[in-house]
Ligand binder design. Structure first.
Ligand code: NAD
Length: 308
């Protein structure tokens, strides 16, 4: 299969790599030569890391690398490919113009996918004459490590395209989940719901940031990988869930925008690990350590999936 990934920024290189790892030819396209060079370096580093971690052999890594090309010529790159994944910045007009162009330049059978994380897929697809072959593939960052891909169905996405895309992602070792085209899809809606309440409690001094995270890590952490959220509640009992819901829901935060507590932090430049302070202090080196620990978790998951 031939795949084009448009956009060689944070997401594109890792997405291209996932296709090349299972034998597909991938072309990374960007308007910026420097972004392409950096993207290819990122792929090289990812692959070296995968060899060190025991996920790929040196020869598998080399073959993967050889299956990825880069180009600044969009029209020519997409003319005879099976799948195009768009990963350019989150700007509706830009994405619409790209979809209109790639529809015109590709064959009628090509699947047109967008990695949008917050825009309406239906809106993006409206730039095409045939929106039935437009689908969302919301990879999470880093895309070569995280197995979940939310497969977003626009209003017009055909079931055949959804089935094909799901099959392709499974072949790449991913765990595709079908979701409808609503703001935030599923992953970000859940994070938002949890964060809204967590910020409400911390800002109203119901519990400290550290205390809330301790509960998340010690109570949810061990359970969720086994049960998920619905499985957990099935074990608690739906009668209990109903009673607790009736008791607690009326007091939950229902703000329709970011509150003062968060906005003030952002205005002060306290943006989290990248500026050294967010909800926590991040002394030099600590963010890197956390990223390495997280990477190791994902590597362990990939290795155990490979063995099973
Ligand atoms: P990015 O800004 O890091 O990279 C985008 C790349 O697209 C840049 O290299 C840019 O030069 C290129 N580009 C811009 N216009 C182009 C054009 N007309 N043709 C070809 N290339 C063009 O963006 P990103 O963070 O990789 O995000 C890409 C998409 O993935 C967005 O829709 C974003 O919402 C989504 N996403 C991002 C993350 C994340 O953590 N960064 C996670 C999930 C989904």
């Amino acid at each position: 299969m031939k795949v084009v990934v448009i956009g060689s920024g944070t997401m594109g290189p890792g997405i291209a790599q996932t296709f090349a790892q299972v034998g597909h030819e991938a072309t990374l396209v960007d308007i910026d030569e420097k972004a392409l060079k950096k993207g290819m370096e990122v792929v090289g580093n990812n692959l070296r890391f995968f060899v060190e971690a025991g996920i790929l052999t040196a020869s598998e890594a080399e073959q993967t690398r050889n299956r990825i090309n880069s180009s600044t010529e969009l029209s020519r790159s997409v003319s005879s490919v099976d799948l195009i994944v768009e990963a350019v910045p989150e700007n509706l007009q830009l994405k619409k113009s790209i979809f209109s162009r790639i529809e015109a330049d590709s064959s009628e059978e090509t699947i047109l996918a967008s990695n949008t994380s917050s825009l309406s897929l239906t809106e993006i697809a409206s730039a095409t004459k045939n929106p039935s072959r437009v689908i969302g593939t919301h990879y999470l960052n880093p895309p070569h490590l995280v197995r979940i891909v939310e497969v977003v169905l626009g209003k017009e996405t055909s079931p055949e395209i959804a089935a094909k895309m799901t099959g392709i992602l499974k072949e790449c070792g991913k765990k595709p989940v079908l979701v409808k085209d609503v703001p935030g899809f599923v992953h970000n809606r859940l994070i938002c719901a949890l964060m809204r309440e967590a910020m409400y409690m911390a800002s109203n001094e119901i519990a400290s940031v550290e205390a809330i995270d301790t509960i998340v890590k010690e109570a949810f952490g061990p359970r969720f990988p086994l049960t998920g959220i619905f499985g957990l509640e099935d074990n608690v009992g739906l009668d209990v869930l109903r009673d607790v819901s009736n008791q607690v829901f009326p007091s939950l935060d229902d703000s329709d925008r970011a509150g003062e507590w968060l906005t003030e932090k952002v205005d002060r430049g306290d943006l989290g690990a990248k500026t050294g302070r967010g909800f926590y202090e991040w002394p030099e080196g600590s963010a890197l350590k956390t990223r390495q620990q997280l990477t190791q978790r994902f590597v362990d998951i990939l290795k155990s999936a490979k063995q099973s």
